[in-house]
Every structure is written in structure tokens, then in C-alpha cells.
Design a protein around this ligand. Structure first.
Ligand SMILES: Cc1cc2nc3c(=O)[nH]c(=O)nc-3n(C[C@H](O)[C@H](O)[C@H](O)COP(=O)(O)OP(=O)(O)OC[C@H]3O[C@@H](n4cnc5c(N)ncnc54)[C@H](O)[C@@H]3O)c2cc1C
Length: 400
């Protein structure tokens, strides 16, 4: 029997990769909950920061863009940079894409992946099934990679939780639970600023705590973008253009430069349309350092160092750490211990070669775990456009 390729993940990257592999006639088994990060780990009422042009899940055939979905669903087309995409629309688009192009998706978890002595991999599913795959694509996205800095985790010894004093932004779908409460949100990226605005709109008193000066900022609206710079899905700038359309040379840059760009380019900046909803409704506290969070009597105390060097304590009912995601192979516990120790990595992220293959032949990574090798575009849906055809081509040549 021909061994299939296993694709682990049914978010935009897993679905797009699976569609490309299927189009090449490669047998695939695809695992995961379709679009679960968007359904369960992002706030209700969220709007996408990416523009419609940057929000297509790449497919090998025509007819599967966001606009095609709008037409099929009979809703107004989302086309220009001024059209803002509600999360519900994007979620429905992803599910439509899955039903059309990856109908055989198996909604089960992969609990382990190990190498087989005879070649290829052995996978165990949470249904108890064991099976052999000739190659594995890891497209597990944000799952398990939520990052809470140690300064904040002191107030959550059992881990962050929406019902405890400290949570991570990915743990909230419904922010109305904070109505009438004092809330601190630590972070200055889009997720922090939009979570803060949505919580304030739901009736919470919200302060954003931001490290550094001038970090809370918003992008220019489309009609104020500079004209003399090239257009990219993220706005007009040479850096954005190069990172969007030419991520290939990225993996040859020195490690320090790559890690810096992943953090800074396309980094913290609120969407242009959020400014009016944020300003006047959410307080901002700029500090030089977040020292520690504690919860002596159940409520939350955050010690910060001010720019003048003083220590201050901010109190609230709850703190949301909107502190992002950190790729760490060690946290991908479904990968067998031997595989994890064997993988070449750079600061916890797998080091990938051409075609998104890791140092273990037959084991591929795409989406967020590929950002350290292919740049910040891999953190966004539009990264599927570059990644999926290349990964599928490499895999077909090596294992087809
Ligand atoms: C608040 C927020 C807002 C964002 N806004 C935007 C935006 O506007 N535009 C944009 O382009 N990007 C945005 N992003 C980034 C976006 O989430 C990612 O680009 C995208 O979801 C990554 O897709 P993915 O397929 O790699 O992973 P995910 O969407 O995270 O999907 C992971 C998949 O892996 C599966 N999985 C995990 N572990 C296992 C396992 N062991 N076995 C089986 N299946 C498993 C899950 O079930 C799921 O199907 C945002 C992110 C956040 C947090």
C-alpha cells in the first residue's frame, strides 16, 4: 500500500498545503480542527488587520480566493484596502475552502510522530490508530505556542487562565466577562490593542501597559500611504515589499538579523481603523519595565518601573498578556523526543532548507514555525502563497 503524506493542521497553512499536495496526486491524510485558532482563540467581534488582497488562502486551482467565497456566499465582495474583514467572514471562508479542497479532513489530534527504522514516520492519533507516513508536514500554527513572559507568570503558578488573575490573549473569545471590571492588557501589538478596545466596548475599564515609549501606534489609512514606495499586502514600504515577495533569501541572513526582522517588521502597530475606537476609551501606561505580577489576595498587582526609574504598583481585577507566540520545538510535544533532539534549530525554531524541509528528511514545517527561516510573512495568511506551492513541489520531487 502507498504510504500517504500526513499534514498536521487544518488552519490556513495546513489546508493550503494539503490542497497543493492533492492537486499533485499525492495521497494525503490531513488532521486537525478546521480554523480552530480563528474560532476559539481570537476575540469575538475581531476584524482582520490584513487587507483582502493579503487574506487569500493559496490554492492550486482558480476559484478559491476570499472574493470567490464572497460571491459563493452571496455577500458583498471584500476587495479594496478599505474593506475590512470581520473574523466571522474569514472563518467561514476557511471552512468553505476546507469543504471544497480538503473534504477528507480528519478531525482528530496527532499525539505522536516518530521516525521508522525502515524509513518514513509512524504517527499515532488520539483515536488510537497507528499508521505509517512517507513524509510529515507540521502546520500546527499557533497551537501550544502562546507566550507569557516569566515576569507575569508569577501571578499564575498553575498557568494562565481566564478565571485566574492572569490569562493569555489566546484564551479569550468572549470579552464580555470583563464588563464592569478593571483590566490590564500587557502588549502593544494589534492583538493587545484590539483586545483592549473590544473589552472597553464590552464595559471594562481597560489600561494597556506598554514597554518603551511611543509603542502604541496605529498605521496610516490606505489613502495616506506613501505613493513612492512599492505596494505590498501590508502597506507601502520597501522592507514589506521585499519580505512579502522575496522571502527566499531570508534564510541566508545571519541568525540575529532574521530574528530581529521577525519581531520588528510587520511587528507592533495597530490597524488604521482601530485608532478611533481605541483613543479615549482605553488608557495607556508606558513603562520602562514590567517587573512582576502577583496576586496576593486573588486580585492582581503589577509592579512596573516607570521611565523616571520609580517602582509603581498597578492593580486590577485581571491581566491579559497579549504577549504573542514563541516557536519552540520543545513545546511541540507530539513530535517524539528523538525527533525533537535531532532537529537542527535556531533559538528553538526548526532550521529549514529549500522547500521548507527540516534537517530530518521528509519532515516539513510551514506557517509560524517557518518564520525564523522564511521571514515574518510566514506569520500571516498571505504566506501560504509563497510556502504551499514550494513545499508541495519539494515534497513531490523527494517523496512523490
Ligand atoms: C489575534 C490574532 C489576529 C490575527 N490576525 C491576522 C490577520 O488579520 N491576518 C493574517 O494574515 N494573520 C493574522 N493572524 C495570524 C494567523 O493566526 C495565522 O497567520 C494563521 O492562523 C496561521 O495559520 P496556520 O494554518 O499556520 O495555523 P492555525 O490557524 O493556528 O491552525 C493550527 C491547526 O493545527 C491543528 N493542530 C495543532 N496541533 C495538532 C495536533 N497535534 N494534531 C492535529 N492537529 C493539530 C489545529 O487543530 C489547527 O487546525 C492573527 C493571529 C492572532 C493571534
Amino acid at each position: 500500500m502507498i504510504q500517504p503524506v500526513a499534514v498536521i493542521g487544518a488552519g490556513p497553512f495546513g489546508l493550503s498545503t494539503a490542497a497543493h499536495l492533492r492537486a499533485r496526486g499525492i495521497p494525503v491524510r490531513v488532521f486537525g480542527e478546521p480554523m480552530v485558532s480563528w474560532r476559539d482563540h481570537m476575540p469575538e467581534g475581531m476584524l482582520l488587520k490584513s487587507t483582502p488582497a493579503a487574506s487569500n488562502i493559496d490554492a492550486p486551482q482558480r476559484g478559491h480566493t476570499l472574493v470567490d467565497y464572497c460571491d459563493a456566499a452571496g455577500i458583498p465582495r471584500l476587495v479594496t484596502d478599505e474593506d475590512i474583514i470581520p473574523i466571522e467572514t474569514f472563518l467561514a471562508y476557511g471552512e468553505w475552502f476546507q469543504q471544497k479542497l480538503v473534504p477528507e479532513l480528519e478531525r482528530v489530534r496527532v499525539v505522536s510522530v516518530d521516525r521508522r527504522q525502515s524509513g518514513g514516520f509512524e504517527l499515532k492519533l488520539d483515536s488510537g490508530e497507528l499508521f505509517a507516513a512517507r513524509a510529515v508536514v507540521v502546520a500546527t500554527g499557533l497551537s501550544g505556542l502562546a507566550h507569557v513572559p516569566h515576569e507575569l507568570s508569577g501571578a499564575a503558578p498553575d498557568g494562565p487562565a481566564p478565571t485566574g488573575p492572569v490569562s493569555h490573549s489566546s484564551q479569550h473569545h468572549d470579552l464580555t466577562r470583563f464588563s464592569g471590571k478593571d483590566l490590564l492588557v500587557v502588549g502593544a501589538g494589534q492583538s493587545a490593542l484590539e483586545t483592549a478596545a473590544l473589552a472597553a466596548e464590552a464595559g471594562a475599564r481597560v489600561r494597556v501597559v506598554s514597554r518603551g515609549r511611543g509603542q502604541v501606534a496605529f498605521g496610516a489609512p490606505p489613502w495616506r500611504q506613501p505613493r513612492l514606495r512599492p505596494e505590498s499586502p501590508f502597506g507601502r514600504a520597501w522592507s514589506l515589499w521585499a519580505l512579502s515577495y522575496y522571502p527566499h533569501p531570508y534564510r541566508f541572513l545571519p541568525a540575529q538579523t532574521r530574528h530581529y526582522l521577525v519581531r520588528r517588521v510587520l511587528g507592533p502597530l495597530g490597524a488604521w481603523w482601530l485608532k478611533n475606537r481605541f483613543e479615549g476609551n482605553v488608557g495607556v501606561r508606558e513603562v520602562s519595565r514590567v517587573v512582576r505580577a502577583s496576586a496576593p489576595d486573588g486580585s492582581l498587582a503589577l509592579t512596573v518601573q516607570t521611565h523616571a526609574g520609580r517602582m509603581e504598583e498597578l492593580t486590577a481585577d485581571h491581566l491579559i498578556a497579549a504577549t504573542g507566540y514563541r516557536v519552540d520545538i520543545a513545546a511541540m510535544d507530539f513530535l517524539g523526543h528523538e525527533l525533537r533532539t535531532e532537529l537542527a534549530a535556531s533559538r528553538g525554531a526548526p532550521r529549514l532548507g529549500a522547500g521548507y524541509v527540516s534537517s530530518v528528511p521528509g519532515l516539513y514545517f510551514t506557517g509560524l514555525p517557518a518564520a525564523a527561516s522564511y521571514g515574518p510573512v510566514m506569520r500571516f495568511v498571505c504566506g501560504t502563497d509563497f510556502a504551499s506551492p514550494r513545499l508541495a513541489k519539494h515534497l513531490a520531487a523527494a517523496h512523490g
